[in-house]
Design a protein around this ligand. Structure first.
Ligand SMILES: [Zn+2]
Length: 315
């Protein structure tokens, strides 16, 4: 965080309120960017805003600070990024502008980092909630916006769960998820922390969508944003999940949180994937299956309304 702030100040820069993002993005450009590069990156950020709106229709905040700094020769379009929490919230991106627009549009970094802004930072011990939410939505939102296919989104989610499981297989000390989160950087337990969090939100989403009345994680995030996002009292995971239950009118997120934070293994992600019609066999992930209740709920989660209707009435 400190580096992000200092680096942002150290570079010569110019500011711009970005058109096409409902004026929500207040962008500080690295002055070393050429006009064509800036135009390309503005189109990338504009599309990222559209992608993130696929969650519930609005960006997480009306005024989002974006810092774009160049990092050439990094081997990928967005080699680093960091959420900015102090003052106006936003995201600091380090980019290699040599990459074509298409590579920026299919990169997952912007949907991931911007999704972080839908909830406050819950602290290190509960960072699995923060990373889980952003990682869950980075794939779903890219699919909803047509940047990747439904199949690709679920392949990536299934592959992520498998990576979390593989990373844990070499561990000799059993730790609850809360401890693996608190010491994530020292332990290198990133895969377990991120993908346990994804399983938490997938399980919650499935419970909401199959409950009465039917809800969704999207609606819970929307209601949370309206009532509680700016509530300075929410500084840890316990308060966060209590607020989710409050806006959902249910007792779901708190008991699920208590169970997950004590887990000493990966959650049962195979059962979750089966409930949405995604099958893993021998480490390989089958693609999505086309019919039945599991396919319907998967489409509800993955597709935007028009595509969902077309899929339901298709051949
Ligand atoms: Zn993240």
């Amino acid at each position: 965080m400190l580096c992000a702030l200092l680096c942002a100040l150290a570079i010569p820069a110019s500011a711009e309120r970005l058109p096409g993002t409902a004026s929500a993005f207040d962008v500080t450009w690295d002055a070393r960017l050429g006009a064509a590069e800036r135009d390309k990156l503005a189109r990338w950020l504009g599309r990222a805003a559209r992608t993130v709106r696929m969650l519930h229709g609005e960006l997480p905040r009306d005024d989002i600070r974006i810092v774009v700094e160049t990092r050439r020769g990094a081997g990928e379009p967005v080699p680093f990024a960091r959420v900015l929490r102090r003052g106006r919230e936003g995201v600091h991106f380090w980019v290699d502008p040599a990459f074509p627009l298409e590579r920026f549009l299919t990169d997952w970094t912007a949907p991931h980092e911007l999704s972080h802004l839908f909830i406050p930072y819950p602290g290190k011990t509960d960072v699995w909630l923060s990373e889980g939410l952003a990682t869950y939505y980075q794939h779903l939102l890219q699919a909803r916006d047509g940047l990747i296919t439904e199949c690709m989104a679920w392949r990536r989610i299934a592959a992520g769960f498998a990576r979390g499981s593989a990373a844990m297989s070499g561990e000799t000390t059993r730790r609850p998820l809360a401890a693996a989160s608190r010491d994530m950087h020292a332990l290198g337990s990133y895969m377990r922390v991120y993908w346990s969090g994804v399983a938490y939100f997938l399980e919650a989403d499935l419970a909401l969508r199959t409950g009465t009345p039917a809800l969704s994680l999207d609606r819970v995030m929307q209601r949370f944003g309206q009532c509680c996002l700016d509530d300075g009292d929410i500084t840890d995971g316990a308060a966060l999940v209590a607020a989710f239950d409050h806006v959902a009118g249910t007792a779901l997120f708190v008991p699920l949180y208590d169970r997950f934070r004590a887990l000493e293994t990966m959650p049962d992600y195979a059962a979750l994937l089966a409930r949405v019609g995604v099958h893993t066999e021998g480490g390989e992930t089958g693609c999505v299956r086309g019919d039945g209740p599991a396919a319907r709920i998967r489409r509800d989660i993955t597709l935007v309304d028009g595509e969902r209707d077309a899929a339901a009435s298709g051949p």
